[in-house]
Design a protein. Structure first.
Length: 390
């Protein structure tokens, strides 16, 4: 007889495969195959990336505002932002995310955050007093230059010509003319929900850490690193931010450097979970569980550095609740997640599978993996019982 277990299912989305909500439902399906009477608390979590605006609108009783804006490769794309009570939520991934960059056009030297600036302008048009920009899942590495251009800044080369869009062009930047910057920015609180571990420049700068994921080869990684370093120099000179280190300050590298660009025009960079998870009463809900199950697309060294499974595990560990993590792939440094509170982890693929098939069958594989993992957990709990002499 299986006791009425209580599970908290708190995954992130699996990039290009499942939203956080879909991932949570798939995990729950697998758990219920083993423990049909279980109480399951679904806690799909967002980190500022894909699904953030929709999730916050649903949690706070807000609404999505559909619109169109410039996508990461320059063409207009359908997108949205959310309106809550006095706050607009701009999800950068909804207009400049990696999923919007066709695989044969993944060149972070030319992709742009211009559409993010357009969404911020559209949000300002509604008269809100606060704009929350969610960072994550970006397909760009332009330091937020495109967003600033959309907000009215002119980026000029040595001959006074405006630069084209994209991070590579920043190598030719001579000065920033901010005279046309949207004046409403100064009267509006702009918060950027970002991963504080992501920085703009240096050995762990965003181009080096995340550029390869966006399609950059070794040469382009170094070119973009130099471009963003130069971008920081010009930002500091022409738009000196109050109290923010644009090169290595926490969150400056968020979404390909969007954090630094927005900080230069007055935005505050905030640890994303501090901003995004407050409405969920997360700690209290984790505390009620016998087991917490989390998930993400790739479990690796980055998981402990501000990713959702790492944050969930850290909170659950403080409460004494065991944590199981499931992942699409297990990468280098995955074992480090045990240090932040993950007790066990497992990949979801049952056998080598081509990437397109793995993405398309994500829900199926995740449900099956949750079932397999729980069966192993229950077997282990039986073996752990004291031996009764016969």
């Amino acid at each position: 007889m299986i006791p009425p277990y209580r599970f908290a299912v708190a995954p992130s989305g699996l990039k290009e495969s499942l939203s956080a909500s879909a991932a949570a439902e798939a995990i729950a399906e697998g758990l219920l195959r083993v423990a049909p009477g279980a109480e399951i608390d679904l806690l799909p979590l967002v980190d500022g990336g894909e699904g953030t605006a929709e999730a916050l609108a649903a949690a706070a009783g807000g609404r999505l505002v559909p619109c169109s804006a410039t996508g990461p490769v320059g063409a207009s794309v359908p997108t949205h932002f959310a309106l809550l009570d006095g706050t607009a939520v701009v999800e950068m991934a909804a207009v400049a995310g990696l999923s919007l960059v066709p695989r044969d056009r993944r060149d972070p030297g030319v992709t742009t955050t211009y559409g993010v600036g357009e969404l911020i302008r559209a949000a300002l048009d509604t008269g809100v007093g606060r704009v929350l920009v969610g960072c994550g899942d970006s397909g760009t590495s332009d330091g937020g230059a495109g967003a600033l251009q959309a907000l009215g800044a002119r980026l000029l080369d040595a001959e006074g010509r405006e630069l084209p869009l994209g991070g590579r062009a920043l190598l030719r930047l001579a000065r920033i003319d901010a005279s046309g910057l949207d004046p409403r920015l100064a009267a509006t609180e702009v918060l950027v929900a970002c991963n504080p571990y992501n920085v703009l420049c240096g050995p762990l700068g965003v181009a080096r850490v995340f550029g390869p994921q966006k399609g950059a080869g070794p040469d382009l990684v170094e070119e973009l690193s130099a471009a963003l370093d130069h971008w920081a120099t010009i930002l500091i000179r022409d738009l000196p931010p109050a109290g923010t280190d644009l090169r290595t300050g926490p969150g400056t590298g968020a979404s390909g450097g969007l954090g630094a660009g927005l900080a230069a025009v007055g935005a505050r960079l905030m640890p994303r979970f501090e901003v995004l998870l407050g409405h969920l009463d997360l700690d209290a809900r984790l505390a009620r569980a016998d087991l917490v199950v989390t998930a993400e697309g790739a479990l690796d060294r980055q998981t402990s550095l501000g990713k959702i499974p790492g944050e969930v595990a850290r909170r659950a560990k403080a409460l004494g609740i065991p944590v199981l993590a499931l992942a699409g792939t297990i990468g280098e440094g995955a074992h480090e997640v045990r240090l932040v509170g993950v007790d066990a982890y497992s990949g979801i693929l049952p056998a080598p599978v081509a990437l397109p098939e793995a993405l398309a069958r994500g829900a199926e594989f995740l449900a099956d993996a949750a079932e397999r993992a729980l069966r192993m957990v229950l077997l282990g709990s039986r073996l752990a019982r004291p031996v009764v002499p016969r």
